[in-house]
Design a protein around this ligand. Structure first.
Ligand code: ADP
Length: 490
């Protein structure tokens, strides 16, 4: 089966969050189970051509693509995804993609991804490659299902091609002014209140995808249920309920060749569930780096996150002063909204022996924090899947999470399981989105830490869990097959 995987980011080329991890690894996992996969991403100027061995497609040359009534040349480059034979096709348009960041708040953000969506289709035409399924991801790829069914419906090459759209985060919807219709050559007949591309009087790329793709998936079973409700649907719950029969939840996997303390190339000290000595050494190394004192009885709580509301930092900030009274240390790695960045810097200055903060994006440090922390906190308001809690399980770093989305599907509360007569809990969870619930769960986690036999049992339970991509890839393959069957019979 031929799969085109389309994403605005993918490791190792470009990453701002979980989507980048998924798009760099799921194609490989699909290849391992017999699919022929090509990955399509924009060629941002931050992607190093030499380091990643990119080759310009001379045989194709410039492809003229019209956006906002300007025709611009688009170039293709190819590379091979490391450790696989997955071909990566880079859509290169310097005018749009040679900017300092992956996403931007520029007024032509819509144009950038209009060009990308058209560029992917035109690239497949030039490569004479008709996939069975085009798998789109999040709003930057949201117009593609519409284009295939409408603007490019003349091309019989795609007659048998089905579209799958994955929601990685419904909070980011790609909402633009009416002008996007003209810029993207989207028929105005689709734009009316409640229509397939209209949302809150804007053009929504995410809604367009939900209207036109053959199947919709999201990244955990719990999130698939949650987004059907007004509380979590971010206004798109109505259309999702209409398409409920085509909506599936498939949990993301983890690349254990990278995220595994036994082989992690970023760690100064490797370790496994059999010998945890390296974990303590990583903790010492990490604390030293942040100029924090080491005491084996003082638990270290790690946080690695985009610093945005979604991640629960408002309830954390409300109870931060109380949390600081605990005999615990904290290390925070993140960047995002100014108020949260400033807040964590302020905490680290006010409590220099308790709190370390690194404001920025640092992949290497994220590995060390996973390995060196005793507990890992994710108090998210909503969490489609979440990866860090899954990494934490593998690193023996007991996760403390709010029970929502993928966090609910991957972390099992120790006490809740205990009360059912099971000692298979893997972390500490809480339900209410409140600073009080957060405070009590941290308190519970600290007591667990000080009760060594229980703490070690939870660590071992977590480390034994397997969230590798193979299982998820098989579920996607099932859905692709089903989609193709339905598309053909429909
Ligand atoms: P989201 O996609 O909502 O940001 P996920 O938990 O799905 O959340 O994925 C986040 C990914 O980005 C993880 O791999 C995490 O380690 C990484 N990450 C987030 N913030 C940083 C940061 N400041 N530095 C390094 N890695 C980060």
């Amino acid at each position: 089966m031929k799969i085109a995987f389309v994403s605005s980011e993918a490791v190792p080329y470009a990453k701002t969050g979980g989507l980048g991890d998924v798009a760099g690894v799921l194609p490989q996992a699909l290849e391992h189970i017999g699919c022929e996969v090509k990955l399509f991403i924009p060629k941002y100027s931050s992607i190093d051509e030499e380091k990643h061995d990119l080759h310009y497609c001379w045989e194709i040359g410039a492809i003229p693509i019209r956006v906002a009534n300007h025709t611009r040349p688009v170039y293709l480059h190819r590379a091979t995804l490391p450790n696989s034979t997955v071909e990566v096709i880079f859509i290169d348009c310097p005018h749009y993609f040679h900017r300092g960041t992956i996403y931007s708040n520029a007024p032509d953000e819509d144009e950038r991804y209009i060009l990308f969506n058209k560029g992917v289709i035109e690239a497949m035409q030039r490569l004479h490659w008709a996939p069975d399924v085009i798998h789109c991801n999040d709003w930057p790829t949201g117009l593609l299902p519409l284009y295939l069914k409408d603007n490019y419906s003349w091309d019989s090459m795609f007659d048998k091609t089905a579209t799958v759209f994955s929601i990685h985060n419904i909070g980011y919807q790609g909402k633009f002014s009416h002008a996007a219709l003209f810029k993207g050559e989207i028929k105005s007949e689709y734009f009316y209140p409640g229509g397939p591309v209209e949302f809150q009087n804007s053009v929504s790329f995410m809604k367009t995808a939900l209207s036109f793709s053959d199947v919709i998936t999201t990244v955990s079973k719990t999130y698939a249920h949650e987004i059907l409700t007004p509380e979590y649907g971010a206004g798109l719950d109505g259309i999702l309920r209409q398409r409920q029969n085509d909506l599936y939840g498939i949990l993301n996997g983890v690349d254990y060749s990278v995220w595994n303390p036994a082989v992690d190339r970023y760690l100064p000290f490797r370790y496994s569930h059999i010998d945890m000595a390296g974990k303590i050494k990583n903790k010492q190394f990490l604390l030293e780096h942040f100029n924090l004192p080491y005491n084996p009885d003082v638990p270290l709580i790690g946080i690695i996150s985009r610093l945005v509301n979604q991640k629960g930092f408002d309830i954390l900030a409300q109870t931060a002063e109380s949390l600081m009274q605990f005999n615990a240390q904290w290390i925070i790695l993140g960047n995002g909204e100014d108020n949260y960045e400033d807040f964590f810097v302020f905490l680290s200055q006010k409590y220099p022996y308790k709190v370390g903060a690194y404001i920025g994006f640092n992949n290497e440090l994220s590995h060390l924090i996973e390995a060196g922390s005793d507990l890992f906190l994710m108090p998210s308001k909503y969490e489609p899947c979440g990866l860090n809690q899954i990494y934490s399980l593998k690193y023996g770093t007991v996760p403390v999470v709010r029970k929502t989305g993928g966090l609910a599907d991957t972390v099992h509360d120790w006490d809740e399981y205990k009360s059912q007569g099971l000692d298979s809990g893997t972390g500490i969870t809480f339900n209410d989105y409140s600073s009080a619930a957060l405070y009590h769960s941290v308190q519970r986690a600290l007591h667990v830490f000080w009760n060594k036999p229980v703490y070690q049992k939870i660590q071992q339970n977590g480390m034994a869990k397997d969230f590798s991509w193979e299982r998820s890839a098989k579920e996607y393959l099932q859905i692709y097959k089903q989609t193709i069957k339905n598309t053909k019979s429909g």
